[in-house]
Design a protein around this ligand. Structure first.
Ligand SMILES: [Zn+2]
Length: 280
């Protein structure tokens, strides 16, 4: 599932390609991924693109916003005949002759470049909303972990919940954009077991989790994410944070810090990886 670093990467990439171009055609190939009429897009231009949590908000000339959520397996792919830029979910069996059977929405610009929305499991969606609705979406989501407002004092204030720490990190109403990959990586880096209740954490552990949350997310953006592909060619190069993963999808392998083997369990309903020696 694309998380904050992956969504941030595609937003940064698309901002260089899709802004200011006139939209000439749209094609909805699967109705269920569309939550509102999209016809309004035709003849308009995109003025701005931003990420909020795992949401993508694209400002339309008429003042409305195209909201895109990639959910589990959504992908956005831009193609202009010279290059293909893709972001979101990465699958090895990616088919680059677009559109293909998982392409559910196509947008064509006046210069004949295209933006494709692919989604294998079809949980992602597109919707056009007005500014008020966009702000409402935004209000429902917690703080941006890379914003200046997210400081240790703020973190100490919001971390008072009855949940375990993994469930807390995943809960979008506290902190925006963290999913299963980065929750596991953050807790490994902080040396805290994912099953620990928030109440049981001491001041030093809370400080470590705070610092490492920012550190890991910043690093992941720098590496263009984990599940992210930037298909300048069709080789399917992955976002390079994958080489830096310490626990995620490393169950059964040796810990990078000690002799123990990385374990996998279920916490907060999600597959969770940890090192029982390095994490207390
Ligand atoms: Zn270890």
């Amino acid at each position: 599932m694309p998380e904050l670093p992956e969504v941030e990467t595609i937003v940064r990439d698309l901002s260089k390609q899709i802004l200011g171009k006139k939209i000439t055609k749209i094609e909805i190939r699967l109705k269920k991924i569309v939550r509102s009429k999209l016809d309004i897009l035709i003849g308009q231009k995109f003025l701005d693109i931003e990420r909020r949590g795992k949401y993508i908000f694209i400002k339309i000339q008429n003042g409305d916003y195209l909201v895109i959520h990639l959910r589990m397996t959504g992908q956005l792919i831009y193609e202009d005949g010279k290059q293909i830029i893709a972001g979101g979910h990465s699958e090895r069996e990616n088919n680059f002759s677009l559109p293909h059977k998982h392409t559910h929405f196509i947008l064509e610009f006046a210069d004949k470049s295209h933006l494709y929305f692919n989604d294998q499991r079809q949980f992602g969606y597109l919707e056009i909303v007005n500014l008020a609705k966009k702000l409402e979406y935004s209000r429902r989501i917690g703080i941006e972990p890379l914003s200046d407002e997210f400081n240790l004092k703020f973190f100490r204030k919001i971390i008072k919940s009855k949940k375990n720490i993994k469930a807390f990190l995943l809960d979008q109403k506290y902190i925006a954009g963290i999913g299963n990959i980065y929750a596991d990586e953050i807790l490994f880096d902080a040396g805290v077991l994912p099953t620990r209740s928030v109440d049981s954490l001491n001041a030093d552990e809370v400080r470590k989790i705070f610092l490492t949350t920012r550190k890991i997310l910043k690093k992941a953006i720098k590496e263009r994410g984990t599940t992210f592909n930037n298909y300048v060619d069709a080789n399917g190069n992955k976002g390079s944070f994958i080489r830096l993963l310490k626990v995620y999808r490393r169950e059964g392998e040796q810990c990078t810090r000690c002799d123990a083997v990385i374990k996998k369990t279920k916490v907060a309903g999600r597959g969770t990886r940890y090192c029982e020696l390095c994490q207390k």
